[in-house]
Design a protein around this ligand. Structure first.
Ligand SMILES: [Zn+2]
Length: 489
């Protein structure tokens, strides 16, 4: 089978050749755990999961690493040199909690949501999902290496910057070369003047800040790491640990398209600057943005969904998984509730087919045993063309009105990639926050109406009901406001 991918680095479709025959090493930029993860983030994590499942289906050994960012991700992450404030710090201030508590709560929530969506790396989260705050030493070591190699410098106030002028390949991934940045034709550089910087696009590896809520000692003083260096350190460190030998180049790196610049551009500069290799990852795959009901997702437009919002509306996670998978990752996916209905029907159809024979005991052996498995795999081998693969699958299903046990077994093996036949269990923790915004608003209206007619017993009862569902209601003479309560164990 000829596997090929569109590589953002070469802007062309290339045949896939693993570094080590039969093995694929991948790294995916994971979530910053300052809030519940929305479906626009999940679709880019699904790309990593699809790659893993497809490679396993095609007979490869897959080693997958996805990080958890729990420090250092700045609000102005689209700027070449970063800027703004740490998202974790802001969340801690907003929730009036310790940032590590915030990180733990939203990491647990993320892992739970990812499992519901069938994202397999979440099953191995203890070993395959490194946390930034647990890898500070590795980041410091990498920064020291960059300074020793002449690619980084410390300023008088204890910040360390990557010296972009020392890395001629800067801009190769995104097209935002230093010339383009300087002329204003490329990505933006922060306006604020940072003392001691050699080039406006030099980006932070270590930020000196002894007032930050999360800070560590370093050779340059107290502070915290930059977001980009975290991924370089965790990708190399975790892959080396899992392989039991140094890994300096990986096969595939993925993320959302908004990660291309500056995040991935900077990851390449740092990693190659430290290792001296020409390459960090041989293939860079990026998921297009998810649109929701034809528009960019935003809280103010009311088209903003976390996985939990959708589960609260009764959406089955497997149907959501199917919906997020069925459009090619480089096409614009438009998520709609109508589309979700169609996906629910498609999943039901697959389950009805599978129900024609009992599920075999024991692990499924994947060897592309039948023509439909081969056609399905061939479609995916073409740059993960999921819509073509599903087209093949459903024409076969339509042409197989009386499936045999062998047909059902073939579908079960295909479901190693799809992951929709066996519904995951929805945990009580997800249900506990399980009222949608609209449902809460309805209850708030009941409280307001009851209070207007001085029926305080009803008002109190509805308020207690909301509290039990994790919703806090505050009453004042202007009416009722509410917020979701976050509880910690
Ligand atoms: Zn990253």
């Amino acid at each position: 089978m000829n596997i090929r991918f569109y590589n953002t680095l070469s802007r062309s479709v290339e045949d896939f050749k693993p570094i080590e025959p039969g093995v694929v090493r991948m790294y995916h930029c994971g979530p910053t755990v300052y809030d519940y993860v929305h479906i626009g983030n999940f679709i880019s994590f699904m790309l990593g999961d699809l790659l893993r499942r497809f490679f396993e289906f095609a007979g490869y050994d897959v080693v997958q690493v996805m990080n958890i960012t729990d420090v250092g991700h700045m609000t102005e992450d689209d700027l070449a040199d970063g800027g703004g404030d740490d998202k974790m710090k802001l969340a801690a201030e907003r929730l009036n909690l310790d940032p590590l508590q915030v990180a733990r709560h939203f990491t647990d929530a993320f892992v739970e949501d990812a499992k519901l969506l069938g994202i397999k790396v979440a099953d191995d989260h203890a070993t395959h999902m490194p946390h930034a705050t647990a890898n500070i030493d590795a980041m410091i070591a990498l920064i020291e290496k960059l300074i020793a190699n002449g690619h980084a410098y410390a300023t008088e106030d204890g910040a360390v910057y990557f010296d972009v002028a020392t890395f001629p390949d800067y801009g190769r991934l995104s097209g935002n070369t230093l010339d383009a940045l300087q002329s204003g034709a490329g990505g933006r550089v922060s306006d604020e003047h940072q003392a001691g910087k050699k080039h406006p696009a030099d980006f932070l590896l270590w930020k000196a800040d002894d007032k930050h809520l999360m800070k560590w000692d370093s050779p340059w003083g107290v502070g915290y790491p930059g977001w980009h260096i975290e991924c370089s350190a965790m990708a190399l460190g975790t892959h080396s640990a899992l392989a039991g030998k140094p890994v300096e180049v990986i096969d595939i790196h993925t993320g959302g398209e908004d990660n291309i610049f500056p995040h991935h551009e900077c990851e390449i500069a740092q990693t190659c600057g430290a290792t001296g290799n020409q390459s960090f990852a041989n293939y860079w795959l990026h998921q297009r943005h998810l649109m929701v009901e034809g528009a960019k997702m935003s809280k103010s437009k009311g088209n903003f969904y976390t996985l939990r919002d959708l589960v609260a509306r009764g959406v089955e996670p497997a149907a959501l998984r199917y919906e997020l998978l069925r459009t090619h990752y480089r096409a614009n996916t438009n998520f709609t509730l109508k589309g979700l209905e169609d996906s629910t029907k498609a999943v039901a159809r697959l389950r009805a087919f599978a129900a024609k024979a009992p599920a075999p005991d024991g692990p499924v052996e994947l060897k592309l045993q039948t023509p439909i498995e081969q056609r399905f795999a061939e479609a995916l081998a073409d740059d993960l063309n999921t819509s073509a693969a599903l087209g093949e699958l459903f024409s076969w299903i339509n042409a197989t009105p009386e499936p045999t046990a062998a047909d059902v077994a073939a579908l079960r093996r295909i479901d190693h990639v799809l992951g929709v036949l066996d519904p995951p269990e929805v945990s009580s923790a997800v249900h506990a926050t399980g009222l949608s915004d609209a449902e809460v608003e309805e209850k708030i209206a009941q409280i307001t109406a009851a209070r207007a007619s001085k029926d305080y017993a009803t008002s109190d009862a509805v308020r207690d009901e909301l509290l039990a569902a994790g919703i806090e209601v505050r009453l004042s003479k202007d009416g009722a406001t509410w917020s979701r309560k976050i509880t910690f164990d």
